[in-house]
Each structure stands twice: as structure tokens, then as C-alpha cells.
Design a protein around this ligand. Structure first.
Ligand SMILES: [Zn+2]
Length: 255
């Protein structure tokens, strides 16, 4: 893996200004390409611009990874970065955001749908092989992530919802959802203790969920729902475990 392209490499192949579409010869500190007129724009101004909205519309449901990646191994994420104020206010804000994300991960995973068009990023880059994996639907079916499989924080996308909807983990899953024009399944700050708890993204234990789930009373029913690409809601962990065994019989070697 080579390092991130330098500012000079990026400037050798200027892309349109993220805000207005004119030739973008400037790269701001978030890695967003901008024209001379917009080179000092804030992340808020980028996110609110018509250029950003039409870029989101172009990617939403495009169904083609190369509309995003142009055959490259990595690209800048299409979302504006989460706003960062300077000085003590900014440090306090950043701390609050990190605490909110940690609190989400400390609770049982309860998922809801989030629109991937209206998000802010906390990392600059996306890697093609992770997005390719998340376009297959394997994560929804099995819960197996493309990277950091032992990380609780990475099991499900984590998004704080306030003035900005900020992605803390799950940038590649959010990008896959954007490409496929569908909702992103995520843990957020507004989960409800009454909601069902996720066993995998497509299998939940409980009686109530904001997801478009199908109630299944037996493991066979639940496995059928999941094999059809749906989300199954089952009443007990025992039914969930039996469902997992039907989907992927224990094979000894692999986890
Ligand atoms: Zn511009």
C-alpha cells in the first residue's frame, strides 16, 4: 500500500471544485478540492453547497463502485468533515463527541436506519477493498466486518446524531449504502432500551425495532427471511443461536 497522494499529485489531475464544479486547484486541510473562489470554505459551507448536494445525488444509488473510486484503490470520502472549532470550545466539542460515541458502544447494539447522504466524516479516506466487501451484503448476513473484527466499536457503524450526523466507525459501510441507494444500519445516540438487540445486522432479539424487520417464530423462518435479504426479529437468544447455526453450521476451524 502506498501512502496518501500528496497535494501535488492531486493537483496534477485537478477535479471539479466540490462546491461549484469549476476546476479545483486548491486542496483544503480536509482534502476537499476547491476552486480559487471557494478555497477558504468551511466544512459547513461545503456541506450546504449545491455542488455537495449534487455530488451526493450522483453517488446515491449509482450502483457502481467506480463512480466513486475511478478504478483507484483509495479515494477521499464524499462527505464534509465533522466541524472542528478552534481553541477550548473545539476541544470540549471533540471530547463530547468522543464520549457520546463511547457511550453508544458501551450499550447493547440496537440499530436504526440512517440516511447515508446526510453525514459528516471523521476520517479522510476510503479504501476500495473494504467498500467492495460491504457491497456484497456479507456483512448484513453474517456480521463479519472487513477489518478490525475484534473491535466492539467496529461491529456496527456508530453515528452521533446532533446538529451534525457524525460517522465515528463505519465509513466504508456508509459509502456502500450510498452507492446502493439504501439506508445504513447503525448504532446511534438515539437508541431506545426497548428496541431489539442486534446479533448480526440482519438478526435481532426482542419484540420491537425501528428497522423494517420481519418477525420470525422459528429458526427456519428467521433463516429464510435472512436468506431472502431481509431482517429477522426473533423473541429469544436461543432462537437467534439456532438461526445462526442454520445459516452457517459450525465447522470447527473457522470462527
Ligand atoms: Zn468553487
Amino acid at each position: 500500500m502506498t501512502g496518501a497522494p500528496s497535494k501535488w499529485e492531486l493537483m496534477l489531475s485537478p477535479k471539479p471544485c466540490a462546491m461549484c464544479g469549476a476546476s479545483g486547484f486548491w486542496v483544503n486541510r480536509d482534502g476537499v478540492e476547491l476552486c480559487k473562489r471557494h478555497r477558504l470554505a468551511t466544512p459547513d459551507e461545503v456541506a450546504a453547497s449545491s455542488g455537495h448536494q449534487s455530488a451526493m445525488d450522483r453517488l446515491w444509488g449509482c450502483g457502481d463502485i467506480d463512480v466513486v473510486f475511478h478504478r483507484a484503490d483509495r479515494v477521499l470520502l464524499p462527505w464534509a468533515r465533522a466541524s472542528r472549532r478552534r481553541g477550548p470550545t473545539g476541544i470540549e466539542q471533540a471530547t463530547q463527541l468522543r464520549t457520546a460515541a463511547r457511550d453508544i458502544v458501551a450499550r447493547p447494539p440496537r440499530l436504526m436506519e440512517v440516511d447515508p447522504r446526510h453525514l459528516r466524516a471523521t476520517q479522510p479516506w476510503a479504501l476500495r477493498h473494504h467498500v467492495s466487501y460491504y457491497l456484497t451484503g456479507a456483512w448484513e448476513r453474517t456480521g463479519i466486518t472487513s477489518a478490525d473484527r475484534d473491535s466492539e466499536a467496529n461491529r456496527y457503524p456508530t453515528i452521533t446524531l446532533s446538529a451534525e450526523r457524525v460517522i465515528h466507525t463505519g465509513h466504508h459501510r456508509a459509502l456502500a449504502a450510498l452507492i446502493q441507494g439504501r439506508a445504513l444500519l447503525a448504532r446511534t445516540t438515539t437508541d431506545d432500551p426497548r428496541w431489539a438487540v442486534a446479533v448480526t445486522p440482519s438478526l435481532h432479539v426482542g419484540t420491537m425495532t425501528p428497522l423494517p424487520a420481519v418477525s420470525a417464530s422459528t429458526p427456519t423462518e428467521a433463516a429464510d427471511v435472512i436468506n431472502d435479504g431481509g431482517i429477522a426479529l426473533v423473541a429469544t437468544q436461543a432462537v437467534a443461536n439456532a438461526t445462526l447455526n442454520l445459516l452457517a453450521p459450525p465447522s470447527g476451524g473457522e470462527r
